[in-house]
Design a protein around this ligand. Sequence first.
Ligand code: RB5
Length: 146
Amino acid sequence: MLAIGSDHGGFALKEEIKQFLDSEGIAYKDCGTYDEQSVDYPDIAQTVCAEVLSGNCEKAVLVCGTGIGIGIAANKINGIRAALCCDTFSAKMAAAHNNANVITLGGRVTGPELAKEIVSAFLSSEFLGGRHVIRVDKIMALEKQN
Ligand code: RB5
């Protein structure tokens, strides 16, 4: 299961991504927002990331206007590795090298067709393990220093 969420700046792109997920038969949980009314992206990041941390969802996609704010918020949450992705190579590497459990997209930055390819690349890529394990472990150890 994929968790997906956006603020108002990412709402339109989230809806486009949902259509893509539907067409691919990919199950998802839409954690809001559900219209274009202004909301605060940290609240959406918290709700979506809780789905990942609880194990309800394996991965998540977060969208705000730029993908930046919602990604900063997500990365403050212990256990979350969120990667802002504007291209498919980064989305693949975010999974393969960084074991990212969340990607973020900018609804005012990335067009819908590219966004769908980015989501697809992220979902179809696996963490490679090996030499990347120690690096990801070191990232996660940084959480305990604060
Ligand atoms: C909302 O206007 C906008 O600030 C938000 O969607 C995002 O781009 C923040 O990083």
